[in-house]
Design a protein around this ligand. Structure first.
Ligand SMILES: Cc1cc2nc3c(=O)[nH]c(=O)nc-3n(C[C@H](O)[C@H](O)[C@H](O)COP(=O)(O)O)c2cc1C
Length: 111
């Protein structure tokens, strides 16, 4: 029922996180051809890469015929050891600002 969508998920094992993938799997065919043309923004957090999850999410959004309001943001959290990956993380301020800008762009298009 939303007028637009903001997707945010981590990359795990070169793919979208299982939780995000399951959400998309559960909803894909229920809304196919019912949300064509709606705007979306996307944000991936990643240890060092993020491109696999980005491509996967963008393909799904293309299938839904959604329109990207901006390039997908890949937020580099720079966690690469098991300890760093499993630790709580703080998103740096400049990336928080870029995320807010992405959300603001999407919101402005919904007015
Ligand atoms: C099981 C697992 C697999 C991961 N695989 C990747 C990966 O393929 N590429 C990458 O860039 N980061 C990978 N990461 C790092 C996460 O994307 C990164 O830590 C991100 O910040 C996760 O969000 P979180 O801090 O909320 O847990 C992986 C993390 C986990 C736990």
């Amino acid at each position: 029922a939303a007028d637009g969508y903001l997707f945010a998920a981590p990359e795990n094992l070169a793919a979208l996180s299982g939780a995000m993938k399951e959400c998309l799997d559960r909803n894909y065919y229920h809304v196919l051809d019912r949300i064509n043309g709606r705007p979306y923004g996307a944000l991936i957090t990643a240890g060092s890469d993020g491109d696999g999850a980005r491509r996967q999410l963008e393909r799904i959004c293309t299938g839904w015929r959604l329109k990207a309001v901006a390039p997908t943001l890949i937020v580099p959290m720079r966690a690469q050891t098991p300890e760093a990956i499993l630790a709580p993380k703080t998103v740096p301020d400049d990336w928080l600002a870029r995320g807010a800008e992405l959300g603001g762009t999407l919101a402005a298009l919904l007015l």
